[in-house]
Design a binder for this molecule. Structure first.
Ligand SMILES: *[C@@H]1O[C@H](CO)[C@@H](O)[C@H](O)[C@H]1NC(C)=O
Ligand SMILES: *[C@@H]1O[C@H](CO)[C@@H](O)[C@H](O)[C@H]1NC(C)=O
Length: 445
């Protein structure tokens, strides 16, 4: 890789470190190269014959270093000595990863964020990674970034929303069934995430791609809106909007919500929108998130531009942008943001996915784009046959691309990517890399 990670890692360390004074701590450090942790998305087999979910992975990239450290280890605290390592592995390549057989466990959110608003700044979950020879020269922890926009506001607030790098989740609501009994085949091809919306926000996700369906058999209107994966009902929408509301109420972060697909109940047979169903959804969003909504009529900056700065949104204290996939409805409701283009490769092949995204990110946004934002859909899509024959699963698909997504974001996509939406986001390092790259971009202005 031709790019220097050093500059980014350094920026990340200073930017994040500076945000949590007076109790200033640096969670990530390396003289050159970088180590980081991810969570393996498929379950693994253990030597005892059981299976283990959420195995911790240790990742390294020392391609910019003159010496590659000899070993890497897992720790349950800041790595100071190899004597305290839980597991140690030798390093035999300049970049790579190992899957440990240690599970993250319940992944309790630290610093008060598990149940409500906690302390500002990044905080570590329990696992740490360290690498070096006799001495540990590089370390990092698995983090939450609940207030990263505010922590870095001095720098990144001057960026326009289209100039930021924004970590997002694909099918954000599809994380656990809250409905009829699930089956293995459904779970394997329906659930794209394994963390709640609250936990996604606390980890640092700021963009949600929602697929909303309407079921008229519920007596109360507010219960009729569900998040779906295509035709499968996964969770009711209302509680998810309330999690977003609680987060916006207690932070200064900006959140992008994208109603990207209406698989059921929103259209007549002839394709015309069912106005009452759309308007019911808009009422629900206004009722739940209203005080935080940044209306497009007030804040949009015109086709082909990159939108308002973060500063403008924070100063106005309007920090929720709602984009809507139907231009007819947008035309009649000027507070909605226009269709947010999704770069969707629609392929089950990782190499086709990356070829497509490389090309499309380079040419996005189009000069005439009405939305200042665009989202790279950084996941493969199973074919109908994959699903029929239970070939693979979304967890395995995510595993086959997520490491490359992290690597691509640092290199090829570094200057032009905007939103990166992934599946099983803990299996990549998009959050920390997005923060570092947003800071890097602001330094160039
Ligand atoms: C976990 O990995 C270690 C080596 O790091 C090995 O000694 C141990 O047997 C493994 N345990 C299980 C349960 O697979
Ligand atoms: C993903 O990254 C690995 C390791 O760098 C590389 O060997 C592989 O070709 C990459 N895959 C794609 C589809 O780019």
């Amino acid at each position: 890789m031709a790019v220097s990670w050093y500059a980014v890692a350094f920026l990340a360390a200073t930017a994040l470190g500076a945000s949590i004074a007076p109790n200033q701590q640096v969670f990530e450090k390396s003289a050159c190269g970088r180590v980081w942790m991810t969570i393996h998305s498929p379950s693994i087999r253990t030597s005892g014959g059981g299976s283990l979910l959420d195995a911790i992975e240790l990742n390294w990239d020392f391609s910019t270093c003159s010496n590659v450290p000899m070993q890497i280890g897992l720790f349950d605290n800041r790595p100071l000595s190899w004597n305290n390592a839980i597991a140690v592995f030798s390093i035999d390549s300049v970049e790579g990863f190992v899957i440990t057989n240690v599970s993250l466990g319940e992944g309790k959110l630290p610093a008060g964020w598990n149940t409500g608003t906690g302390f500002k700044g990044p905080h570590c979950l329990w696992p740490w990674v360290g690498a070096g020879d006799s001495h540990i020269v590089a370390y990092n922890c698995l983090k939450i970034q609940p207030t990263w926009m505010e922590d870095n506001s001095d720098r990144i607030n001057k960026l326009r929303i289209g100039e930021l790098v924004i970590p997002g989740t694909h099918n954000a609501g599809a994380w656990r069934f809250d409905t009829e009994i699930s089956t293995i085949s459904r779970d394997s091809f329906v659930l794209c995430q394994d963390r709640s919306i609250w936990a996604q926000l606390v980890h640092g996700i700021r963009y949600f791609d929602f697929r909303i369906a309407y079921y008229d058999f519920y007596p109360r209107e507010e219960d009729r809106y569900w998040l779906n994966h295509n035709l499968i009902r996964v969770r009711p929408l209302l509680p998810l909007l309330r999690e977003i509301r609680a987060f916006l109420d207690s932070t200064k972060e900006v959140v992008f919500l994208d109603a990207h697909h209406f698989p059921l109940g929103f259209y007549h047979q002839n394709g015309a929108p069912i106005q009452e169903v759309h308007l019911g959804l808009l009422r629900l969003v206004q009722l739940e998130l209203g005080p935080h909504i940044a209306t497009a009529s007030q804040f949009a900056t015109g086709p082909g531009t990159r939108g308002p700065t973060l500063q403008t949104l924070v100063d106005a204290d309007k920090r929720l942008l709602f984009s809507y996939v139907d231009n007819n409805i947008v035309a009649g409701n000027r507070w909605l943001w226009p269709i947010l283009p999704h770069l969707w490769a629609n392929t089950n092949s990782p190499s086709d996915l990356f070829h497509y995204l490389d090309r499309m990110i380079d040419i996005s946004p189009l000069p005439s784009a009405r939305s200042p934002l665009f989202s790279a859909m950084a996941q493969t899509t199973p074919t109908v046959l994959d699903i029929l024959f239970l070939r693979g699963s979304l967890r395995e698909n995510a595993d086959s691309v997520n490491r490359n997504v992290t690597a691509r974001l640092i290199s090829r996509w570094r200057h032009n990517a905007n939103i990166i939406s992934s599946d099983f986001f803990l299996a990549n390092d998009v959050i920390d890399v997005s923060i570092a790259l947003s800071v890097e971009r602001s330094n160039r202005l």
